[in-house]
Design a protein around this ligand. Structure first.
Ligand code: FAD
Length: 414
């Protein structure tokens, strides 16, 4: 078996993997990026709509344009291995590393001083939400349908119902309309839309596509191909009654959430965060396994690529400190309080300013983000509007963190 020795192995060449690799190579480390697809850019390549890069490049770009910008920043010295899949992480007599399979070069053992996990996320599917009925063809996850239309050049169906009003579902409602399909409706279990308001307006309202809030698909009918779906209000999920209706369609697209791609992480015995489904990380984004770091959607699902890139830069900084033997000052844990689903990272370093990303659990206008050490608020900011689909950012100053070092911080939305 071939062995490749490097300083840092980055797994995944999406926005976060590429950004961390660029920063680490700029710092002078020998870096390899392993990517299972034969193109670089990850999920960005299939997101041909605009809306990327407003913060990171101060410009509105499409997904492929954003990827192209990052690829343009890759230094020549960086070793790229496309079409190569990391099968497992290893820690043995050769040190930390990974086993990589590739059709071109067979099996290679990478041996590195640090690893950056940047494997992105995957979509929840029909099995995850238990829709009853038959099992005909024509049921796709929205991201797969997006890939079929935007990259492979296929139109997955003509009469479409979409489950889930998250951004991918909304964007696919517009995309399917543009390619000539009839999008009958979007069905959302929550009493409020899950996606960004701009996407509700631009992807549904502009195309007169109805959005049924507090509704679920209760049955899929069809033998070879989907023929219709039954839709009911949430309150009548069990007995079809008033408010239930049937829509004839040949395609059902599911946009029912994303989860971090955590197989490698879990198999390696890294401690997991049950609130994010990604690994637990400390203030420099290092997992419970020394030398293994994580950033981007594999850590927690981001709604903006700009945040994924910012986090990847911080991750590269954490790797650099680890490789130079600089230990972070340990302040204490950071935990989610009222109305906060999760906060990342779950620890703070009082030796520097710290940035946190958190996800609200509520929809509310005029709310307040409050970070407390005991009963003392050490950071607060007013938020005009919060909703679960919009991640919130908070940057706490070194001075504020120094003053409460040793205590647990609780993050609340009130
Ligand atoms: C449909 C959709 C629409 C979006 N729209 C917007 C938008 O309008 N604006 C915006 O700012 N953001 C948007 N986002 C969010 C943003 O694009 C993502 O958060 C960001 O691109 C994620 O980057 P990543 O590197 O973490 O993951 P990914 O891009 O998913 O990259 C992960 C990479 O890891 C590779 N990989 C996984 N496992 C392995 C393995 N075992 N071995 C080797 N390689 C592996 C994968 O092939 C993939 O290339 C959207 C996301 C989606 C899904």
């Amino acid at each position: 078996m071939k062995i490749r020795r490097i300083d840092v192995l980055v797994i995944g060449a999406g926005a976060s993997g590429l950004t961390s690799a660029i920063k680490l190579a700029e710092m002078g480390y020998e870096v390899s990026v392993v990517e299972r697809e034969n193109t670089l850019g990850g999920i960005l390549n299939q997101c041909i709509h605009s809306g990327f890069g407003l913060h990171y490049f101060n410009e509105e770009l499409t997904g492929p344009e954003f990827a192209d910008r990052l690829i343009g920043l890759l230094p020549d010295a960086l070793y790229l291995a496309p079409n190569a899949t990391v099968d497992r992480l290893i820690d043995d007599e050769n040190g930390l590393g990974a086993l990589v399979f590739s059709p071109e070069s067979g099996i290679t053992r990478y041996s590195s001083r640090a690893i950056v996990l940047a494997m992105g996320c995957r979509e929840r599917n029909r099995g995850n939400i238990h829709i009853p009925g038959s099992r005909p063809s024509g049921v796709y996850t929205a991201g797969l349908a997006q890939r079929l239309v935007n990259i492979e050049g296929y139109i997955p169906g003509k009469d479409v119902v979409i489950v889930g009003s998250g951004d991918i579902g909304l964007i696919m409602a517009r995309r399917m309309s543009w390619v000539g399909a009839k999008v009958h409706c979007v069905v959302e279990i929550q009493p409020y839309p899950s996606g960004l308001t701009r996407n509700i307006v631009q992807c549904l309202n502009d195309f007169n596509i109805p959005l049924h809030l507090s509704h679920v698909v209760t049955k899929i009918n069809g033998n070879d191909r989907v023929q219709s779906v039954e839709i009911s209000p949430v309150s009548r999920e069990k007995e079809r009654g008033p408010g239930s209706f049937t829509v004839e369609c040949d395609t059902l697209l599911l946009s029912v959430g994303l989860v971090p791609e955590n197989e490698l992480t879990r198999k390696f015995g890294i401690a997991m965060n049950h609130e994010t489904s990604g690994p637990k990380v400390d203030s420099r984004l290092m997992t419970s396994k020394p030398g293994v770091f994580a950033c981007g959607n594999v850590l927690h699902v981001h709604d903006l690529v700009d945040y994924a890139c910012e986090e990847a830069e911080r991750c590269a900084k954490g790797v650099d400190e680890f490789l130079r033997g600089v230990a972070p000052e340990t302040g204490g844990p950071v935990v989610s309080g009222a109305n906060v689903r999760y906060v990342v990272p779950g620890a703070y370093n009082p030796g520097s300013d710290n940035r946190f990303y958190l996800r609200p659990m509520i929809v509310k206008n005029k709310s307040r983000l409050s970070v407390r050490a005991g009963e003392v608020e050490i950071y607060g900011k007013n938020l005009p509007h919060v909703q679960p689909s919009e991640m919130v950012e908070a940057t706490l100053s070194k001075d504020a963190l120094k003053a409460c070092s040793g205590q647990t911080l609780e993050v609340r939305i009130e």
